[in-house]
Design a protein around this ligand. Sequence first.
Ligand code: F3S
Length: 63
Amino acid sequence: MRVLIDADKCQGHLRCMGLAPEVFDCDDLGYGVVILTGPVPAGSEQLMRRCAANCPEQAISIR
Ligand code: F3S
């Protein structure tokens, strides 16, 4: 599983960072970025789905 943020959709709500700061951070402009370089660690899949579901802009995708 990999998690991505669509930069065209992200509006900087940062709920993702609040839920999973080990995976998401914000850039200098306050938009969300994925800091995880590889696949989502085992056991974090449900948390990633929750992050995606909680993004008001539906900017987070999971593959
Ligand atoms: Fe952006 Fe959604 Fe996170 S708007 S900062 S991806 S909660």
